[in-house]
Design a protein around this ligand. Structure first.
Ligand code: SAH
Length: 356
């Protein structure tokens, strides 16, 4: 694989143009074209010789949209192909206030959560800042957005991968995303979800990117958490809560907990009461969601009635909480499900046949 030109920021693009004997306005044209989600070959303002030179060194396209699935509720799911042929996925959800895109930070994941489809094949590789950014540039362009009038208004780092397991690239991506020369998206419109890598949570508080920090909790004791989340063997819930308190202290941003309701595992009234004890008085919000059942996994979703009861107990106990609807369930809404089924489908195909 050649280098990814989207990994370069404006300053580096300027240096690149200078190095190849191009005037500064060419750097601007190149950077603008890339920000519009174009491949190098599609930037019509650039002279052919300059493009040919670039294509010697860089991939034409960091990422291609392979397939788009549109759900009954308007949710769009995307399958992307990276330049080395790896497949990742993303989602675009439409709300009254705008469109939220869910991006992936790794191909695969090594966290091993028992309910998640993204981790089934382990970690394949980290995505570069340009590959993460390109997911947004491509989807924004596909939906008719520009840099000034974005079709993608909000970003969540909740696709496949553990963002803090690819820390440096994710921070570089976030700096690009929030900068004037990038897409200028406010950190307030960005959420990052982590399974709770505590050391990185402390580091991130000091990066000067006060986004919405979300932690996947999914249990109320370390023992129970370890049953579905191996990371619980490394970091305790008490350490996670301390890191969250620190995040609030440094950034002034309240934090969010993801809690997927799993039948017979974490969704009894007792768990709701324990959650109240853990979180009471903390500047946080709880996002409940009924587990999206994953074919390859045996865990079952808590029933709807049960989920509302759980929500009611939390709210009565003074905890800010909402029950999210299962978005795009008809198009493989859960993490990594779409990619997993795509790869399986491809596996069954004759590789010499043109799958299309
Ligand atoms: N690695 C990060 C972000 C990716 S997952 C993290 O762990 O937070 C985004 C969210 O979806 C996480 O809260 C994750 O625990 C949750 N999730 C994964 N698979 C799920 C499923 N099958 N049903 C419901 N939530 C799921």
């Amino acid at each position: 694989m050649k280098a990814i030109i989207q990994d370069l920021d404006y300053q580096q693009i300027t240096a690149l143009a200078a190095e190849t004997g191009q005037p500064t306005f060419r750097a601007k044209q190149l950077f603008e074209g890339l920000t519009q989600g174009k491949d190098i070959s599609q930037i019509s303002t650039l002279p052919a010789a300059f493009k040919a030179e670039l294509l010697n060194r860089f991939e034409d396209s960091a990422i291609k949209i392979l397939k788009v699935f549109t759900g009954a509720d308007g949710t769009k799911k995307f399958l992307f192909e990276l330049a080395d042929g790896n497949i990742i996925e993303g989602v675009l959800m439409s709300y009254k206030y705008g469109n939220t895109q869910c991006v992936s930070t790794q191909a695969g994941c090594r966290m091993g959560c028992k309910f998640c489809a993204s981790t089934l094949g382990g970690l394949i590789r980290n995505l570069t800042p340009g590959e993460i950014l390109s997911q947004i540039l491509k989807v924004n362009a596909l939906c008719g957005g520009t840099k000034e009038k974005r079709a993608v208004t909000n970003i969540v780092l909740m696709g496949s991968g553990e963002p803090f397991d690819n820390y440096a690239n994710v921070v570089a991506f976030l700096k690009r995303l929030t900068s004037d020369e990038g897409l200028n998206i406010s950190p307030r419109n960005i959420s990052l979800s982590t399974c709770g890598l505590v050391d990185k949570m402390y580091d991130f508080a000091n990066e000067g990117i006060p986004l919405n920090l979300t932690v996947s909790l999914h249990a109320t004791t370390d023992e129970e958490r370890a049953r579905t989340m191996p990371v619980a063997n490394k970091w305790k819930i008490s350490q996670i809560l301390q890191a969250c308190d620190n995040y609030f202290k440094v950034t002034g941003r309240r934090f969010i907990f993801e809690y997927s309701l799993i039948d017979g595992e974490n969704s009894d009234a007792r768990h709701a009461e324990e959650l109240i004890k853990l979180l009471k008085g903390r500047p946080c919000h709880v996002n409940l969601i009924r587990l999206n059942e994953v074919k390859e996994r045996t865990l079952k979703a808590a029933g709807e009635k049960n989920a509302y009861r759980f929500l009611g107990i939390l709210q009565k106990g003074g905890i800010s909480a909402t029950l999210r609807r299962q978005i795009g369930a008809d198009i493989g809404g859960a993490c990594g499900q779409l990619r997993a089924s795509y790869l399986k489908e491809e596996e069954g195909k004759d590789p010499s046949a043109n799958g299309g």
